[in-house]
Design a protein around this ligand. Structure first.
Ligand SMILES: [Zn+2]
Length: 304
C-alpha cells in the first residue's frame, strides 16, 4: 500500500519536472527565436541601408550621365561647326606657298611615268635625306605599284594628281569625282591599305589659275569634299623655261634664283629635273633653306 502511495506521490514530482523542462525549453526557444529575429531584423536593416546607398549611387551615375550627354551634345555641335569651317577653308584656300618666315622649301614632283627615273628620284631623296611630296597619276601608280609603295615606306607623301591627267575644265563634275577616286583606289591597292592625302594638284594647273575663277568655284568644292586642298606652286620650270634651254644646269639655276623660305617647287619625273635634284637640294641647304614635304612645310605638326 505504502509503496503504491509512494509511487503516487513520486508521480506528480516527475510530472512537474517534465513541465519545468518543457517550460525551460519553450523559454529557450523563444529566446532563440528572438535572437534569430533580431539577427534577421539587423540583416534587413543592413540590406535596406545598402539599397539606399546603391540608389544614391545610381542617382549620381544618372546625373553624371546627363552631364556627359550634355557635354557630348556641345562637343558634337562644336565638331560640326569645325567641320563646316574646315570644309569652307578647303573650298576657299588655294595653296601656292607656305609661311615666308620659315626656312623650309617644299619639293613636289609630278606624274611619274618612267619607272627608272622614279626609282632614281627615290634613291636621290634617300641619299640626301629629304622627304618630298610626290604627285603621281593613278595610272602611273597602277603601272608601278612597288615604286609608290617604296615611296610611302621611305616617308614620302603622295598627293592626288587624278587618275588619267585630264584637263579638268573639260570634265563634268561626276567625271572629276571619278578622276579623284580613281587615283585613291590605285594608291590604296598599291600600298595595300587605306591612304589619306591632304593635297591635290590639278594636272597642268588647269582650272586653278588666276583668271579661271569660274572653273575653280566649280572644281574646288569637289576637291574639298574629298578632304583635300588644291596645291599650286611658286617655283616651276615648264612654263618658266618654255623659251629657254631645258637642261639640268638651267633648271638648278632657275630654282635657286626663285626659291625662298616657304616656297613650293614643282618638278617633274623627267631626266633633266631629276638629274638636277641632288644639286638643288645641296645648294638650297647651302643657302640655309631646308627641302621638305608639303606636310612638313604647311602643318604645324606634320605627324598628324
Ligand atoms: Zn602632271
Amino acid at each position: 500500500m505504502n509503496n503504491r502511495y509512494d509511487g503516487r506521490s513520486r508521480q506528480p514530482k516527475k510530472k512537474s519536472a517534465f513541465r519545468i523542462i518543457i517550460f525551460l525549453f519553450l523559454i529557450a526557444a523563444i529566446i532563440a527565436l528572438g535572437i534569430f529575429s533580431l539577427g534577421q531584423y539587423t540583416a534587413v536593416q543592413a540590406l535596406q541601408n545598402n539599397l539606399q546607398s546603391l540608389e544614391e549611387k545610381l542617382d549620381r551615375v544618372e546625373e553624371e550621365k546627363n552631364r556627359l550627354e550634355e557635354q557630348y551634345e556641345e562637343l558634337y555641335e562644336e565638331n560640326e561647326q569645325l567641320r563646316e569651317e574646315n570644309k569652307m577653308m578647303r573650298s576657299e584656300t588655294l595653296i601656292e606657298h607656305g609661311d615666308r618666315e620659315t626656312n623650309k622649301v617644299a619639293i613636289t614632283i609630278d606624274d611619274g611615268g618612267r619607272e627608272a627615273i622614279n626609282n632614281r628620284t627615290l634613291d636621290y631623296l634617300k641619299e640626301h635625306q629629304v622627304r618630298a611630296t610626290l604627285f603621281p597619276t593613278g595610272k602611273n601608280v597602277e603601272s608601278y605599284p612597288e615604286t609608290w609603295q617604296r615611296a610611302v615606306e621611305e616617308g614620302h607623301e603622295l598627293g592626288n594628281h587624278t587618275y588619267s591627267h585630264p584637263f579638268l575644265t573639260n570634265l563634268s563634275e561626276e567625271q572629276v569625282r571619278q578622276e579623284l577616286s580613281g587615283w585613291q583606289e590605285a594608291v590604296e591597292k598599291a600600298i595595300g591599305g587605306s591612304y589619306h592625302t591632304l593635297f591635290f594638284r590639278p594636272p597642268y594647273g588647269d582650272g586653278f589659275f588666276s583668271g579661271q575663277g569660274y572653273h575653280r568655284e566649280r572644281l574646288q568644292p569637289i576637291v574639298a569634299e574629298k578632304g583635300m586642298f588644291p596645291v599650286m606652286w611658286d617655283v616651276e620650270l615648264v612654263y618658266a623655261l618654255r623659251n629657254d634651254t631645258y637642261s639640268s644646269a638651267r633648271i638648278t639655276e632657275h630654282v635657286l634664283n626663285n626659291a625662298r623660305g616657304g616656297s613650293i617647287v614643282l618638278l617633274h619625273f623627267t631626266e633633266a629635273d631629276i638629274e638636277a635634284l641632288p644639286r638643288i637640294i645641296s645648294d638650297l641647304r647651302e643657302r640655309g633653306l631646308e627641302p621638305c614635304s608639303l606636310r612638313e612645310l604647311l602643318l604645324a605638326d606634320p605627324q598628324t
